[in-house]
Design a protein around this ligand. Structure first.
Ligand code: ASP
Length: 325
């Protein structure tokens, strides 16, 4: 079990402090975090550290914030040690790895793919949906056909050695029902803002391990796993997708920020809402990560163990999120 999946003690994000003179909607800022710290990239979990590095280096080489959030999570999609993102991720209960991804910019442009097979970089396919089709979301075989048409190479459908071993183990004891617990999710969600205040976000996952074939989580659903609005800020989610979809988690957080909540307050309210709307909460982990257009940060999870990486041009730091329980 990876470190981030363990329930560990959390450190605190700063509490709110009044800053006069900034726009009405954003009258507080987290302690120790000055407004205007841009560009800024945030990513879920500790695989967010190398992903942030990739995003920042894309920005440094002249890429846009959209290029940066794509390049950042592409790094995770290739990480053979990550069993929750990319084709090396854990399969569904039929032994097939299917991927979900979404991408969005602050002007409302967005694209996503769901239940897609054999595509190494679903985030780039989601970007192609956004930029080259009149649609927002392509799923399954249609997404795969679009990948072929766009010249994405299709990978052979073989489980990675680690996924194959884990699947063999799971089959021994499986009761052949979806596993819904806190141990099987580690999606990367990344949100970023450039020096001019343009926001973008990306989210990519192999989804819940041993899910039913055809199951789609929150990650490719705009408003659930990811939402970005240049007027307000951005949010992304990780954890049990069903619980996040039920409350339109990322959209909810952006809307709460629009109404004047800090990113931290908005993430906490979303977790509260999620707890209220989901049964068996002791077996559900979900975490949210948000930033507003001022560059303030928020993160909150149902249970301890969620962390995120925060990068500026000069510094990349792993931070433990607070949690409800
Ligand atoms: N949110 C993802 C899903 O439910 C899982 C994860 O966060 O790892 O598909």
């Amino acid at each position: 079990m990876s470190q981030r999946r363990k329930f560990i003690k959390q450190s605190l994000l700063g509490s709110a402090l009044f800053i006069p003179g900034i726009s009405k909607a954003f009258t507080t800022v987290s302690k120790g975090f000055s407004p205007g710290d841009k560009p800024l990239i945030l990513s879920t979990w500790n695989h967010g550290m190398p992903a942030n590095d990739a995003a920042i280096s894309k920005l440094k080489s002249g890429g846009t914030i959209l290029d940066a959030v794509e390049a950042g999570v592409m790094d995770t999609e290739l990480d053979m040690n990550n069993l929750s993102v990319g084709l090396q991720g854990l399969p569904d209960r039929e032994g097939i790895t299917t991927l979900d991804a979404s991408i969005m910019t602050g002007d409302g442009s967005c694209g996503s793919v769901a239940f897609v097979r054999q595509v190494k970089h679903p985030i780039s396919l989601a970007r192609a949906v956004m930029e080259k089709t009149p649609h927002v979301m392509l799923a399954g075989e249609g997404a795969r056909q679009f990948a072929i048409a766009e010249g994405f190479p299709l990978e052979e459908e073989v489980l990675s050695p680690k996924a194959s071993e884990a699947y063999a183990q799971w089959k021994k004891t499986s009761q052949y029902k979806p596993v819904i617990n806190i141990e099987n999710h580690d999606t990367i969600g990344m949100i970023g803002i450039d020096a001019n205040g343009n926001l973008a976000g990306s989210c990519t996952t192999s989804g819940l391990a041993y899910k039913m074939h055809g199951r789609v989580g929150d990650s490719p659903i705009i408003g659930a796993g990811l939402y970005v609005d240049n007027e307000v800020g951005a949010a992304t989610a990780t954890g049990l997708g069903e619980s996040i979809i039920r409350i339109c988690g990322s959209f909810l957080i952006v809307e709460l920020m629009r109404q004047g909540r800090t990113p931290q307050e908005a993430c906490e309210e979303a977790v509260k809402r999620l707890i209220a709307k989901n049964r068996d909460i002791k077996n559900i982990q979900a975490g949210f990560l948000a930033m507003n257009k001022e560059g303030q940060v928020g993160a909150y999870a149902v249970h301890p163990g969620f962390n995120f990486a925060k990068a500026t041009l000069n510094e990349n730091t792993l931070i433990d999120s607070k949690s409800h329980f």
